[in-house]
Design a protein around this ligand. Structure first.
Ligand SMILES: [Fe+2]
Length: 208
């Protein structure tokens, strides 16, 4: 299935690594949207455009981005570990990435709470709250930049080399095929919620 964000066609389940890379571009996109909202509306009431940009970005990070993390942690990483040919250094990188995912989760929780307060405010957030939001978004951008570089430069090429075509096809499309004992950390949401929401689902793209 092909979906569109902006004008670029995205990869389907037949190209799982490209699909994960496309998700990275979405993560970067929606983080940039939130930074632009902050730049434009700090100290001012949100208008309809600002509200919509926050709501769409919150929706993406609440539902689709966790699915991407689950695709990696519950599908790609266990398969890479299970083939037995992954180098010890690669396994160490996978451990580090899972720790970074948890750090990102914690930052997202705080950002989401602050954005929720902003949406219900008739004026704006305090200077202190705005500064906290900016610091958290900066931390997320830096964290994701490191994660994405590591995954795209080292982990994904390693996966493409060590996993066979069947294993690669299963990545992202069928995480339940991996025994639960191989999972290192549950993702956010219930299994039903995770199954219902794809990291590759189409999201509205704000114009901000
Ligand atoms: Fe990723």
């Amino acid at each position: 299935m092909t979906v569109q964000i902006n004008a670029k066609p995205l990869a389907g389940f037949d190209r799982p690594i490209d699909m994960l890379i496309d998700c990275h571009r979405r993560i970067e996109h929606f983080l940039d949207v939130l930074v632009r909202v902050l730049d434009r509306y700090a100290g001012h009431p949100l208008d309809a455009e600002g509200r919509q940009a926050i709501e769409v970005s919150r929706e993406y990070f609440a539902h689709s981005a966790p699915r991407h993390t689950a695709d990696e942690e519950q599908s790609l990483f266990p398969r890479m570990r299970s083939v037995g040919t992954a180098a010890a250094a690669t396994c160490d990188l996978l451990d580090r990435l899972q720790q970074d995912h948890q750090t990102a989760d914690d930052l997202h929780t705080r950002v989401d709470r602050t954005l929720g307060e902003w949406l219900t405010s008739e004026t704006s957030l305090s200077d202190e709250r705005l500064a906290g939001l900016r610091a958290d978004l900066t931390a997320l951008k830096n964290l994701y930049a490191d994660q994405i570089r590591l995954e795209e430069d080292q982990i994904f090429p390693s996966a493409a080399k060590t996993l066979n075509s069947t294993q690669l096809r299963e990545v992202g499309a069928n995480p339940q095929a991996v025994p639960a004992s191989l999972w290192r950390r549950p993702s956010r949401g219930t299994p039903g919620q995770r199954a219902a929401v794809s990291s590759h689902s189409t999201s509205r793209s704000p114009t901000i």
